[in-house]
Design a protein around this ligand. Structure first.
Ligand code: ZN
Length: 183
């Protein structure tokens, strides 16, 4: 994967309005079998505003991708998730959904598991024993997936077509009009 980077200094922060403290740092990735993808982070040094996202430079068809995670080798499979993308692992009952605080990223299966793990860890804080026990069970499954000792399905779909699992092993199909209307 080839990457070039660029920076744009904003005159004013779009959030707090302060001058000269907010910038966008962008990386242009040339992803084999997917194409040119821009990963960007806007950060304001004054108010702490931060937003990360991913955009494809070409228009893409809305698609649903599905990957069977079955070996440690699968951890390296590239996953592109824009802020409009949905990432699900049905066997774990977890999903990353679009929302105001939703961030885009260019990562891999392991990076997706890291994010889910952090979300489960933070949900455990202050939870009742039963919830904590269920969370621990999920965390154990994630650890097993990393070592190729368990299997699960990773689903990625995006009504704007900006998210994907980039690997020949991933099955993909266009989103149906019903799925698009639910998005
Ligand atoms: Zn600001």
């Amino acid at each position: 994967m080839e990457t070039r980077s660029f920076r744009i200094q904003f005159e004013r922060c779009p959030f707090c309005g302060a001058e000269g403290v907010c910038e966008l740092v962008g990386m242009i990735h040339e992803i084999p079998y997917f194409g040119e993808t821009i990963e960007s982070v806007i950060v304001c040094r004054r108010c702490g505003f931060r937003h990360a996202d991913v955009m494809h430079t070409e228009e893409k068809e809305p698609r649903r991708y599905e990957l069977r995670i079955e070996s440690a080798e699968d951890m390296k499979i590239r996953v592109v998730r824009s802020s409009t993308g949905v990432v699900e692992i049905p066997e774990l009952g977890v999903s990353i959904s679009p929302g105001p605080r939703s961030e885009g990223f260019v990562s891999n299966v392991e990076g997706v598991l890291d994010r889910i793990e952090r979300a489960i860890e933070s949900a455990k804080v202050g939870a009742d024993p039963q919830t904590r026990e269920a969370a621990d069970k999920r965390l154990r499954t994630i650890a097993e997936l990393r070592e190729g000792k368990a299997q699960a399905t990773l689903v990625v779909w995006d009504p704007r077509g900006q998210s994907a699992i980039v690997h020949p092993k991933a099955r993909s199909r266009p989103l149906t009009s019903e799925e698009l209307s639910r998005a």
